[in-house]
Unconditional design. Structure first.
Length: 413
């Protein structure tokens, strides 16, 4: 029985508190984000998982300062519990909450206990519960080392992969949004999720179990066990529940710094130092929308700049800037209102790359910034376009967790 594989865990130690981010500068330049972990007494998680409930996602995009800002619609804007320092774009599409994480489980595919192998006790690989940050001037990073970058409501954070290889998980609050930043060193899988579920904020620890050779989490409230590549609880009280995925940047430190010069950089609060994760092309850009998924070899997309494709009913564009290594995934029919609201908006856009890293749509000739998801010039100037979250992954891990989804491109490149 699967219950044998869990065992009982010791009590964690602090009282549950949902707190807004509080930053303070210490004498050594460390900035601490106080998001204390709650108390829990984890118990054995029982039966295998059923079918997860997808969580909708809608992202915010900062508007072009030269273009009139659309009026926000709060109920349709992601990550807006606090005022933002810039106008927030919304999307005038026919969709209502169109994005959901791919449903990876079904009734005839329970958790296979042969794929569930305990590697260490829970939290033996210590997650970050109270992150500490330094400014860019104090950060000791190499320009070409890889980072995960998160920017929400005007607050930006960089998570060097070298540190994430050793800590794997960060619980934090960025721009008023409780987030979970995770990295699986085995699968090369980076993901960012919203820690809110059913109106409550969860805190996550490292379960110490490899499920299908990928890391797992446990939440402090119910001790349910979660699969990192799926962002879904696979056993316990919350089995089948999924977290909302948040877009992030997977790029070099120099590229992230250029885009976000005011970013803070996480450091190990214990004082440990780690070697950098240098750039590599050997990974997949994984995209999942509702019941459709497809992986794209990074190098294959980099060589052409943009890949126009379709996932079921969702037309997408996967964009890679060869110079900066920025990755963007856009919904090609998720177009907002341009500065000139008399302009007829095409039902679908087809993108071509430009030498300067921008895109041009064939339908109107408008120029787009894929990182910001914004039309910079042309008939659609000022219009936002919906960005879609993705995950990095080795190809074997993508095929394991999204069987049948497929891969586009050439593995040998």
């Amino acid at each position: 029985m699967i219950i044998r594989l869990f065992g009982l865990r010791a009590s964690i130690g602090a009282t549950l508190a949902i707190a807004a981010i509080a930053c303070s500068s210490a004498a050594d330049g460390i900035i601490t984000s106080t998001a204390p972990p709650p108390t829990a007494t984890p118990t054995a998680a029982p039966e295998p998982a059923g079918t997860p409930v997808p969580t909708p996602f809608v992202e915010t995009t900062p508007a072009d300062p030269d273009a009139p800002a659309p009026t926000p619609t709060p109920e349709r804007i992601f990550a807006a519990p606090t005022p933002t320092p810039f106008p927030v774009a919304h999307f005038d599409t026919d969709f209502t909450d169109p994005f959901a994480i791919l449903n990876p489980l079904n009734a005839d595919k329970p958790v296979d206990e042969r794929e569930y192998l305990r590697n260490t006790p829970p939290d033996a690989v210590a997650p970050v519960y109270t992150p500490e940050y330094v400014t860019t001037g104090e950060a000791d990073l190499i320009p070409d080392e890889l980072v995960m970058g998160v920017s929400i409501n005007g607050e930006s954070r960089a998570f060097p992969i070298g540190l994430m290889r050793n800590r794997e998980m960060v619980n934090d609050i960025i721009g008023g949004v409780p987030v979970l930043v995770t990295w699986c060193p085995i699968c090369f899988t980076g993901l960012v999720h919203d820690r809110r579920l059913d109106g409550k904020v969860l805190t996550f620890g490292n379960e110490g179990v490899l499920f299908m050779n990928a890391m797992t989490w446990w939440d402090h409230k119910t001790a349910s066990v979660w699969s990192q590549p799926w962002g879904t609880a696979i056993t316990g009280t919350l089995k089948g529940k999924s977290l909302t995925q948040i877009p992030f940047e997977f790029t070099t430190w120099q590229s992230w710094l250029n885009m976000h010069p005011d970013t803070l950089v996480i450091v190990d609060e214990r004082g440990f130092e780690y070697g950098p994760q240098m750039i590599t092309d050997a990974f997949v850009i994984g995209v999942a929308i509702q019941d459709q998924a497809l992986g794209f070899y990074y190098k294959s997309v980099e060589e052409i700049g943009v890949r126009n494709d379709t996932l079921g009913d969702f037309p997408i564009a996967v964009v890679v800037n060869a110079e900066t290594r920025e990755i963007s995934v856009l919904l090609r029919n998720g177009i907002g209102t341009p500065a000139d609201d008399d302009v007829e908006i095409p039902e679908l856009l087809t993108f071509e790359k430009n030498a300067d890293g921008t895109l041009t749509d064939i339908e109107t000739g408008s120029t787009w910034d894929p990182h910001r998801g914004l039309a910079l010039s042309g008939p659609l100037r000022g219009a936002p376009i919906q960005k879609i979250p993705f995950q990095s992954s080795f190809d074997w891990a993508w095929n394991d967790f999204f069987p049948g989804a497929g891969l586009w491109g050439d593995r040998k490149r």
